[in-house]
Write a protein that binds this ligand. Structure first.
Ligand code: NDP
Length: 248
C-alpha cells in the first residue's frame, strides 16, 4: 500500500463493511476510519461494552449509524455464522467489505513446551473462525458490485520465527486460505481477496508480545489506516491475491 495514499473523504460512501475484532486495537481504528469515509460498519467482537464504546464514538462523530454483532470466535459453533449471515442479509442485503482482523496471540513458547489447549484456541480463533466467516459471508460479498475481503497476517505468517508457535502457524494458514480463495474468485467474481500485515503497531497484543519494548516505538493503529482504507476501497481495484504490508 502506498505510504502517501490519501483517500478521498467519501471513498466508502454507502458501503456496508463488517470488521471483526472491532472493539479494540487495529480493528477499532479500522471501523472508525471506514465509518469516517462514509461506510456503514458492522462491529463484530466478543466484548459488548467495547463494541458499544466504538458505536458511540462513531455516532458522536456524525458518521453513518453502525451495527453491533457480538460473537466469541473461540466458542461459536457453525449455526452462529449462518445466523450472522442471515442477519446481515435481512438488514443490509449484501456486504461490500469484510476485514477479518480479530485474532489471538496465544502463548509465546517453544514448540516442545507448547500446550494443546492454547494451540487449539489459537487455531480455532485465527484459522477455523476465519474459514467459517469466509464461508458464510462470501455469498453476501458476491452480491456487491465490487467487494474487498482482507485477511490479517503478520510478519511471522510469511517467515516463521522461534517461539511464535501456533500464532505463526495460524497466520501461514491465513495466507493459504487467502491464496486458495483468491484463485477461486479470479475471473469468476468481483470479490478481491488479499492479506494485510499491519506491522508492529501499538496495541494490547503488541504490548503482550513484546513486554520489554517501549510501546511508543510503534505507530498507533490510527497511523496505519492509509493501508486499510486503500485495500478496502476502489483505489486498489485490480489488487487481488496479494500479501500486502501496511508498513515498509
Ligand atoms: P488486539 O489484541 O489489540 O485486538 C484484537 C481484537 O480481536 C480485539 O478487539 C479482541 O476482542 C478481538 N478478539 C480476540 N479474540 C476474539 C474472539 N474469540 N472473538 C471475537 N473477537 C476476538 O490486537 P491487534 O489490534 O494488535 O491485532 C489486530 C490484528 O492484527 C490481529 O489479527 C493481529 O494478529 C494482527 N497483527 C498485529 C500486529 C501488532 O503489532 N499489533 C502485528 C502483526 C499482526 P476483545 O477486545 O474483546 O478481546
Amino acid at each position: 500500500a502506498p505510504a502517501d495514499y490519501q483517500p478521498r473523504p467519501d471513498l466508502l460512501a454507502g458501503k456496508k463493511i463488517l470488521v471483526t475484532g472491532a472493539g479494540d486495537g487495529i480493528g477499532r481504528a479500522a471501523a472508525e476510519a471506514y465509518a469516517a469515509h462514509g461506510a456503514t460498519v458492522i462491529l463484530l467482537g466478543r466484548t459488548v461494552e467495547k463494541l458499544e464504546t466504538v458505536y458511540d464514538a462513531i455516532e458522536a462523530a456524525g458518521h453513518p449509524q453502525p451495527a453491533i454483532f457480538p460473537l466469541d470466535l473461540a466458542s461459536a459453533e457453525e449455526p452462529s455464522y449462518r445466523e450472522l449471515a442471515q442477519a446481515i442479509e435481512e438488514n443490509f442485503g449484501h456486504l461490500d467489505g469484510l476485514l477479518l482482523n480479530a485474532s489471538v496471540l496465544g502463548e509465546r513458547r517453544p514448540i516442545d513446551s507448547a500446550t494443546w489447549r492454547a494451540w487449539e484456541e489459537v487455531m480455532q480463533v485465527n484459522v477455523n473462525a476465519q474459514f467459517l466467516l469466509t464461508r458464510y459471508l462470501l455469498p453476501l460479498l458476491q452480491r456487491a458490485p465490487d467487494a474487498s475481503l482482507i485477511f490479517t497476517s503478520s510478519g511471522v505468517g510469511r517467515r516463521g520465527k522461534a517461539f511464535w508457535g501456533a500464532y505463526a502457524v495460524s497466520k501461514f494458514a491465513t495466507e493459504g486460505l487467502m491464496q486458495v480463495l483468491a484463485a477461486e474468485q479470479e475471473n469468476t467474481s468481483r470479490v478481491r481477496v488479499n492479506s494485510l500485515n499491519p506491522g508492529g503497531t501499538n496495541t494490547a497484543m503488541r504490548r503482550a508480545a513484546y513486554p520489554a519494548e517501549n510501546p511508543a516505538s510503534n505507530p498507533a493503529p490510527a497511523d496505519i489506516m492509509h493501508a486499510y482504507l486503500y485495500l478496502m476501497g476502489e483505489d486498489s481495484a485490480g489488487v487481488h491475491g496479494q500479501a500486502v504490508n501496511a508498513q515498509g
